[in-house]
Design a protein around this ligand. Structure first.
Ligand SMILES: C[S@@+](CC[C@H](N)C(=O)[O-])C[C@H]1O[C@@H](n2cnc3c(N)ncnc32)[C@H](O)[C@@H]1O
Length: 285
């Protein structure tokens, strides 16, 4: 990029062209997000300022971000935030970048009528950045909410998100799935566990490779943790309580079979917006 004064639109075009050449998907959108971040504007406000001249002091930090994005560093890590169910959460390399599909898991959980009683309790296993329990805590203020993750780094991010959003009623635990020390029983257990088969990790996109390995690797067929949780969760659900899982493509049949083997009832696969069976719901007898 040259040092002479350039208009915002010229800068935007140059940045998106560069990102496109680097193989970044939706290069213009990425460039807009990064430019808005540098200028402290909302992305849509850029459209009202296309003729605004941008000097070197604004272009230099953008150049740095665009260069990093071109190497595959995810947009959310560069912005430091991600939107989830209408709220802004911190996002960085400590935990998986929340995926849009997971909003549907939360929406499904919010249809369960038993979560509105003051004695209801929710457990989110493998909480990552904490998006699931924090959103549920907002939407179901009567419920007690607990979250676990085996990664201290992910939990530190989840706790920071709780502070950022002003939620102080979630109990976070560093643990393998559900620790014995949690002696409560739960009306809902949610989990978006690592479900990628180990052999597929090296062929994931550059962006996904930036997620912690611990957040991705589900063992040989991707289902190691889901199988373990299916058993543990049955023991920790209240009668009539729901287990709600997010799973990978082509895993629904195997997961449903596993849950049936542990005596769950009303086992259903629910599609995401692309029609892929992405969530499994089951009820404890
Ligand atoms: C796919 S990420 C999901 C994070 C978050 N729930 C979300 O939807 O964005 C999976 C999470 O599982 C955690 N994890 C991996 N193995 C675990 C285990 N044995 N027990 C608890 N958490 C585990 C990882 O640290 C990671 O945060």
């Amino acid at each position: 990029m040259a040092t002479a004064m350039m208009s915002l639109l010229e800068v935007l075009k140059g940045a998106s062209e560069f990102l496109g050449k680097q193989g970044v998907e939706s290069p213009r959108l990425n460039a807009e997000h990064l430019l808005a971040h540098v200028l402290g504007l909302k992305r849509m406000d850029l459209y009202l300022q296309f003729d605004r001249p941008l000097g070197e002091s604004e272009r230099a930090p953008l150049r740095d971000l665009i260069r990093k994005r071109g190497t595959g560093i995810p947009l959310q890590h560069l912005l430091g935030t991600v939107e989830f169910c209408g709220r802004t959460f911190k996002s960085d390399s400590r935990a998986l970048i929340p995926r849009p599909e997971t909003e549907q898991l939360v929406e499904r959980a919010l249809t369960y009528t038993n979560l509105s009683s003051p004695t209801s309790s929710i457990l989110d296993v493998a909480t990552g950045s904490g998006i699931i329990p924090l959103t549920l805590a907002f939407e179901r203020p009567e419920a007690s909410v607990t979250a676990t993750d085996i990664s201290p780094e992910a939990l530190s991010l989840a706790r920071e998100n709780a502070v950022l959003l002003g939620v102080d009623r979630i109990s976070f635990h560093e643990a393998d799935l559900i620790p014995e020390s949690l002696n409560a029983s739960f009306d809902l257990i949610t989990a978006n566990l690592p479900y990628i088969p180990s052999a597929e990790i090296p062929i994931l996109s550059r962006e996904v490779q930036n997620d912690p390995l611990l957040a991705l690797d589900g063992g040989t067929d991707g289902l190691d943790l889901i199988r373990r949780l299916a058993l543990l969760a049955y023991e920790r659900l209240s009668p009539g309580g729901h287990l709600l899982l997010e799973i990978g493509i082509d895993q629904s049949e195997e997961v449903m079979k596993c849950l049936a083997g542990h005596n769950y009832r009303d086992i259903v696969a629910l599609p995401d917006y692309q029609g892929i069976p992405r969530f499994i719901e089951a009820v404890k007898q």
